[in-house]
Design a protein around this ligand. Structure first.
Ligand code: SF4
Length: 79
């Protein structure tokens, strides 16, 4: 947080309940679970994941005026 490296970050996270988080501090999640349960193929799943990552925020802005706390904090999505 004190030494942000967001500009070089390629982190992505799939939560235990099947939601993609493009950033640990992202306020939006992309539903992958429904797609997985529908029997979608690998390419469809990869495309959904790519789309989610194209929306990756530029950074967390902690300490800035634009920071918005995610509904589910890091501890609720696996750290
Ligand atoms: S705040 Fe988001 S973009 Fe920045 S390093 Fe963490 S996961 Fe990556």
């Amino acid at each position: 947080v004190t030494r942000p490296f967001c500009g070089d970050c390629d982190r992505t996270r799939l939560t235990a309940d099947g939601q993609i988080r493009s950033c640990l501090f992202a306020t939006a999640e992309t539903d992958l679970r429904t797609l997985l349960l529908s029997g979608a193929g690998d390419e469809q799943i990869a495309e959904r994941w790519r789309e989610a990552m194209w929306g990756k925020p530029a950074g967390h802005d902690i300490g800035g005026t634009l920071f918005e706390r995610p509904r589910r904090p890091m501890s609720a999505i696996g750290g």
